[in-house]
Design a protein around this ligand. Sequence first.
Ligand code: PBG
Ligand code: ZN
Length: 325
Amino acid sequence: MMQRPRRLRMTPWVRELVAETNLSKRQLVQPYFLARGENTNEPIKGFSGVNRLGSDTLARKIENDLECGLRTFLLFGGATDEEKDREGRAAYREDSLIAQNLVALRKRFGSAVSLMSDVCLCPYTEHGHCGVLREEVENDLSLEPLSKMALVHAQAGADFVAPSDMMDGRIGAIRRALDGAGLTTTGIMAYTAKYSSAYYGPFREALSSSPKGMSRASYQMDFRNTRDALRELRLDIDEGADIVMVKPALAYLDIIAAFRAQSDVPVAAYSVSGEYQMVKALAQSGMADEKSLALENLTAISRAGAQVIITYFASIAAAEGWLHS
Ligand code: PBG
Ligand code: ZN
């Protein structure tokens, strides 16, 4: 035999030497769910080890993350039933949970942290949809509240706003709103190809943001489609997205690879709550090792072409030294 591929697998050293994918902490983004109060730390049903955090609890977590080499965080707010209304007005209050925490974190950590904020109406509307609801979710009526929300976050100190609503034209609308207020350096990480997915269950529990009545299928993407994702990619880049995202990640590695090939801006992938919980459940059943499963999944997402990975494992991966760099 002239060809023996096993020669490149014989020792740990040669395996390290020829490894093609090098997952690093620098690529990871940890999402955090905010709660009222200072020391709040409340578990979320069906979301193992992920809690809603009060401002001090969050600051302590982030302090620890920074020490472990994690820099970037994606913040999700939320509202009580009393604060929710038909239009989602609580989304763009200057004293929203996200805005308050952005200000506090920036004050405490300065430029040592990179802060991203979720921009969407679903946690703030009574009906749980990501836009303004009339008979249908109204695309054009949703652009103004979303832009206002992005502006409030940018003014509160977000480095990147991350619109997750999937309304047409929202990247352009938000870019114009930010530029109009002189916030030209605030970036937009667009949820470009966000599929209508069954993997969002634990997240919706976390934010009590399940849509009532109809599903989100009229605005989130159909998982049978690739070309629709490529169309969204072209539009979001044209409208000014700085980072484009595919979500979920694991069942969409082909979409990540297509984005990698066609995008000239960085590609992010969001490994969502259901993907995380799937790993937790398999590990809890004793059938697999949690760290091994999580690393295999995250490496696959990176190998497919995602440069940025949003994962609920980021913090533990950094703290437990799962990654060399
Ligand atoms: C909605 C939103 C969702 C997620 C983030 N923002 C999904 C949805 O409810 O449609 C999912 C994240 C996760 O599951 O981890 N704007
Ligand atoms: Zn939403």
